[in-house]
Design a protein around this ligand. Structure first.
Ligand code: GLN
Length: 311
C-alpha cells in the first residue's frame, strides 16, 4: 500500500508553499466585511498522519472562520444523533450548482445534499438539542473533539452572517413551505451562522480531516469522535459534493474527499493515510481556494494520494 506517512515526512511543504504563493489568481470573498478584509497573500498548509504528527508551514496557525468546511462535521454529528432522520431529510446527490443555489428536490422538497447551504442549514438543526443554543453547543463541542482542542466562535463573523444572510433565510422559508424545516427560520439561521463562524486554522482543519480519514478517531487525542460506520457516509458525500460545481474536476484531478469554505479554508481526508489542511483566501469562480486546490493537486500527484490511483 502507498505509505503516505513516509512520503509526508519527506515532503518539502515549504517548497510547495513557495509554488503556491506564485499562484496569484482568484478573489477574496466579499459576502461579509470580515471576509472581505482578509489578507490575500497569506498561505498556510498542514499535514497530519496516523500518529497525530503535524507537519506545517508558516501561516498554518493563522485563524479564520471555517464557513462551509464546517458542513461535513455538522453532517457527521447529525448522523450520530439521528441517522435515519437525517438520511431521510437530506438528499445525497450533487447538484452541479453553486453552494447557495435556491434549489430543493422537486418531488420531496428535500435539500439535495448536506454540502450546499440548504442542506447544511437543515443538518445544523437536526443535531440534538431542544433550543438553538443547545444545538449550537452540540456542534461546537463536536467540532472541538474533531480538532482535539477547544474551538471558539468569531462573534463579528457570526453577527454579519446573521445580518446579511437573506439568501439563507430564503432557503429556510422555502424549506418550511415544503415542510422540510420544522424550526423557525431565525432559530435555524442562528445555529447555522454560528457554526460557519467557528474559528479554525489550516492545522486545525488538517487534524479534523485526519479524524475523518481514520474512521472517526482523532489521531492527535486518540478519541473516537464519531462511530466508524458514520464516516463512509460523510466522506462519500464530500467526494461527490464537497467542492460544489467543481467537484467533478476535483475528483478527477485530486481524487480525495474534501470540503472548501469561502474564507479560503480547504481540507481533504486521505482515507487511512493523512489529513490535509490549507488556508489562502483568494477563491476561484467555484468558491474554492485557488492555492488550496493547487496544493492538493500537487500533493495528490507527488505523493500518489488519488483514491483511485496506484496502490
Ligand atoms: N456562511 C457562508 C454561507 O452561508 C458559507 C458559504 C461557503 O463557505 N461556501 O453562504
Amino acid at each position: 500500500t502507498r505509505d503516505a506517512k513516509k512520503q509526508a515526512e519527506r515532503y518539502d511543504l515549504h517548497a510547495l508553499r513557495e509554488r503556491m504563493l506564485a499562484e496569484t489568481g482568484g478573489e477574496v470573498d466579499d459576502s461579509i466585511p470580515e471576509l472581505a478584509s482578509a489578507n490575500p497573500d497569506v498561505c498556510g498548509l498542514a499535514i497530519v498522519d496516523d500518529d497525530g504528527d503535524v507537519r506545517d508551514t508558516p501561516d498554518a496557525d493563522l485563524e479564520f472562520s471555517v464557513q462551509s468546511a464546517v458542513k461535513p462535521f455538522v453532517y457527521a454529528l447529525a448522523l450520530v444523533d439521528d441517522r435515519e432522520r437525517v438520511l431521510d431529510a437530506v438528499g445525497t446527490e450533487p447538484t452541479g450548482e453553486a453552494f447557495d443555489a435556491v434549489r430543493l428536490e422537486s418531488d420531496t422538497g428535500r435539500p439535495p445534499n448536506p454540502m450546499v447551504n440548504a442542506g447544511a442549514l437543515l443538518t445544523a438543526n437536526l443535531v440534538s438539542g431542544s433550543t438553538p443554543d443547545e444545538r449550537f453547543e452540540r456542534i461546537l463541542s463536536g467540532l472541538s473533539a474533531f480538532a482535539g482542542r477547544d474551538l471558539r466562535v468569531d462573534d463579528a463573523v457570526s453577527s454579519s452572517e446573521q445580518l446579511l444572510g437573506d439568501r439563507n433565510r430564503a432557503l429556510g422559508y422555502l424549506m418550511r413551505s415544503r415542510g422540510t424545516l420544522d424550526h423557525p427560520v431565525d432559530d435555524a439561521i442562528s445555529v447555522y451562522a454560528r457554526a460557519c463562524s467557528i474559528v479554525v486554522s489550516a492545522e486545525v482543519l488538517a487534524v479534523m480531516g485526519a479524524t475523518l480519514a481514520f474512521g472517526g478517531r482523532n489521531p492527535v487525542t486518540g478519541a473516537q469522535v464519531v462511530p466508524r460506520e458514520i464516516v463512509p457516509i460523510v466522506l462519500s458525500v464530500m467526494a461527490t459534493c464537497g467542492m460544489y460545481d467543481g467537484s467533478g474536476r476535483w475528483m478527477r484531478r485530486v481524487g480525495l474527499p474534501a470540503k472548501s469554505g469561502v474564507a479560503g479554508g480547504l481540507f481533504a481526508s486521505v482515507p487511512w493515510q493523512l489529513g490535509l489542511g490549507v488556508y489562502s483566501p483568494p477563491l476561484d469562480k467555484k468558491g474554492n481556494s485557488v492555492r488550496g486546490v493547487f496544493a492538493c493537486e500537487r500533493l495528490s500527484d507527488d505523493m500518489g494520494l488519488h483514491v483511485f490511483g496506484a496502490p
